[in-house]
Design a protein around this ligand. Structure first.
Ligand code: PLP
Length: 423
């Protein structure tokens, strides 16, 4: 599918008068339409709920939009819980799916009434010691081990993943939890990341639904909710076909009717914890070409760097790039598009065929709405960019200002000459 930016060059020329590049820009209209589609795709399930994975885009303005479509928050840390609390998202509207969890995080999760999703059997005792009880509602994360295959070669290795209970531990865990007073049980699993296929959720659902039936038969425990977690991917590459959430919802429905309904488990609620799919395609990193360099290769230096978007440097991830105003021009120049870090992996694209780039051109780096800004860091003293929401009426709204040197030095309580400096 041809990848088109959701913003025009003319709009960007207006936006940069207020907010200089680089910045992450989000498409409110896209986020809303997609959230509505997700809601409809699972509307067949009475208890359905999407818990947005806050780590993918921890911006309260974005989460507030998703909240309007009934989304809760999937949190994994203290500050994510605080963010959720600040938005009035509390109680069972929070799924706390963490791992290697510090005690104060379990304490806050419990105080907020969040659903706690345990990552390990040893956390049962740890939780009980920490909060003085086992909550009535509790969930466990399952890891089947081995290799998990979905379709057309898409798979992952749960065997090597640090998350979750083994099957044996899971049965033992539910038994202990019940004995300690738990009354409502959930089952969770996250087996493959960024799947670009409509089959992942239905295949995972079958695994978990069959397991829920087995748990009922062997332990007499009814699983009240099944959490398919994240992993629904986005089409980063133009040759990929985006997932169709309607088909995914129908696929899960079919397995639900085949496995859970005949077992008398037709009241089971389906939960999801999507991050990437909810916001990924509806964000982009807007950057300006500031240098060109001709050595053994052709380089375009931009004013963003891996500190603003880590995925290409960290995973070699592909992010599509549009040179704004040149959408129709032939891609007859081969470039490395690079940032300013003193790290040779600071490349947004390598050997990418693009139209001829002039200094001052805006480059739009696609699909940065999830795991984009969120993974930012401060290496080389590079500062975080701003985040701007492109509202439905086409006007921009600053939803997080850019970091300043003062912010960067703010934690030097003991070296006030930096903390309080003025330039
Ligand atoms: C990262 C994560 C998610 C979201 O994953 P996406 O691939 O962004 O959908 C959901 N649940 C848990 C527990 C996670 O760690």
């Amino acid at each position: 599918m041809k990848k088109e930016p959701f913003v025009t060059k003319e709009q960007l020329q207006e936006i940069v008068k207020q907010f200089p590049t680089p910045f992450h820009l989000y498409d409110e209209k896209g986020i809303r339409e997609n959230a509505q589609a997700v809601k409809e795709a699972f509307s067949w399930n009475k208890g359905y709920r999407e818990y947005f994975a806050v780590k993918a885009n921890p911006n309260p303005f974005i989460i507030q939009i998703l909240k309007e479509y009934g989304c809760g928050c999937d949190c994994s840390s203290l500050t994510e819980l605080m963010l959720s609390d600040a938005l009035g998202i509390r109680g069972e509207d929070i799924m706390f799916s963490s791992n290697e969890t510090p005690p104060e995080e379990f304490r806050l999760a419990d105080r907020l009434g969040a659903v706690i999703n345990l990552d390990d059997i040893t956390h049962i005792d740890f939780l009980e010691k920490t909060i003085g009880k086992i909550p009535e509602t509790i969930s466990c994360r399952y890891n089947p081990g081995g290799v998990y295959e979905v379709s057309n070669g898409i798979m992952d290795n749960p065997q090597d993943s640090k998350y979750g209970f083994t099957k044996e531990q899971l049965f033992e865990g539910y038994r202990i939890l019940k004995q300690k007073g738990a009354k409502r049980f959930g089952l969770h699993s996250f087996l493959v990341s960024n799947t670009v296929t409509n089959d992942y959720y239905p295949v995972l659902a079958k695994t978990l639904f069959e397991l829920a039936v087995e748990i009922k038969e062997k332990l007499g425990i009814t699983i009240s909710f099944i959490n398919l977690s994240g992993g629904v991917g986005v089409a980063y590459k133009p040759e990929e076909t985006p997932n169709d959430i309607r088909l995914i919802g129908e696929g899960v429905h079919k397995v639900f009717d085949e496995v859970l309904v005949p077992a008398g488990l037709g009241d089971t609620a389906i939960y999801t914890e999507m991050g990437r799919f909810m916001t990924g395609p509806y964000g982009c990193l807007v950057t300006t070409a500031v240098h060109e360099k001709h050595t053994y290769k052709e380089y375009i230096g931009v004013d963003a760097c891996a500190a603003n978007l880590m995925r290409p440097a960290m995973y070699g991830a592909y992010h599509h790039i549009s040179v704004m105003g040149k959408e129709q021009a032939p891609c007859d120049h081969k470039y490395d598009i690079v940032g300013s870090l003193c790290e040779n992996n600071d490349k947004f694209a390598i050997d990418r065929m693009l139209p001829k780039i002039e200094i001052g051109d805006f480059l739009v780096i696609h699909d940065t709405g999830a795991h984009g800004f969120a993974m930012g860091y401060n290496y080389n003293g590079r500062l975080w960019s701003a985040e701007v929401l492109l509202k439905e009426d086409g006007t921009p709204k600053l939803i997080r200002r850019a970091q300043t040197p003062k912010d960067y030095f703010a934690t030097f309580d003991c070296f006030t000459i930096l903390k309080d400096m003025k330039y």
